[in-house]
Design a protein around this ligand. Structure first.
Ligand code: ADP
Ligand code: MG
Length: 264
């Protein structure tokens, strides 16, 4: 009965609409829908399936380390994180204006959590996202011939570069980082997180001039969130033990970061 219509939907590549056509016709008759309402229902079924598939694909390609959202972020624990600032970022206006965000703070204060949460908002909002750490990005980009480098790090609407500062960069690595920031400048957003304040980036890049050029572009249109306070990872231990225990654990965490600090 629907063969011709199904053939046309097939030709248009509307597989879901084709599959659902008989059921939609039946329910339209039962609900006495108008032609326009019926058409809307069929197209809506096709669109929502496509949107869902696109979300699943983008989520897979984003390479998120976990899926912690804003709902599980405790704004009362985090010091220096203004809920309104994060809500503004979650509205995704920053992606439309190619504005950046930088989370600064010591280990365990929620920099990665907030970056992932905003990445998930961006994915839900229909944007493409790629999450990486500085170490992984540099390793990959240095391994790829220059002319192929661009796509993975330049194409996504939002690039998250986590863990800037755990390792010093040599000249080649710093140049690659500059290329990424400079290519995305005023074109597409970057979220960076770092345990090092901007004042230390010159030393981190081994080049004050290059670090200034990177920061100049990164910070021109940027929301900077300076997170202070104790590590969330250690908060339960702090409750159990004395503050001396916490001091030792924190010193250890910071020491590990320093030990890892070899150039690429
Ligand atoms: P950072 O990237 O700053 O080192 P993470 O974002 O990895 O820290 O946070 C460490 C752990 O603590 C994660 O499991 C994270 O979900 C949790 N965490 C950190 N801050 C908060 C917070 N304010 N509310 C809820 N969980 C938090
Ligand atoms: Mg982190």
């Amino acid at each position: 009965m629907f063969e011709e219509a199904e053939g046309l939907l097939d030709e248009l590549g509307l597989a879901v609409a084709k599959e659902m056509l008989p059921a939609k016709v039946e329910s339209a008759m039962a609900k006495e829908l108008s032609y326009a309402e019926f058409l809307k229902e069929v197209l809506e079924a096709e669109c929502s399936t496509r949107r869902h598939r696109s979300y699943e694909t983008r989520l897979r390609l984003a390479g998120l380390p976990h899926r912690k959202g804003l709902a599980t972020f405790d704004f009362n624990f985090a010091k220096g994180v203004d809920k309104t600032t994060i809500s503004d970022l979650a509205s995704l206006a920053f992606i439309h204006s190619a504005t950046n965000a930088v989370f600064l703070g010591p280990p365990g204060v929620g920099k990665t959590h907030l970056s992932v949460a905003l990445a998930m908002e961006a994915l839900a909002g229909g944007h493409s996202v790629y999450f990486t750490t500085m170490a992984k990005m540099i390793r990959e980009l240095l391994a790829i011939p220059t002319r192929y480098r661009a796509r993975k790090y330049l194409a996504p609407k939002l690039l998250v570069i986590d863990e800037i500062g755990y390792k010093n960069l040599d000249a080649k690595a710093a140049a690659v980082f500059f290329d990424v920031i400079s290519a995305r400048y005023e074109t597409a957003s970057v979220i960076c997180s770092s345990n090092k304040g901007f004042g230390d980036w010159g030393e981190l890049m081994g080049d004050n001039v290059l670090a200034t050029a990177i920061l100049d572009r990164l910070l021109h249109h940027c929301v900077v969130v300076n997170i202070k306070g104790d590590s969330y990872r250690l908060k339960d231990r702090a409750k159990q033990g004395t503050s001396a225990h916490l001091d030792v654990a924190l010193a250890k965490a910071k020491g590990e970061a320093i030990e890892e600090s070899q150039p690429f």
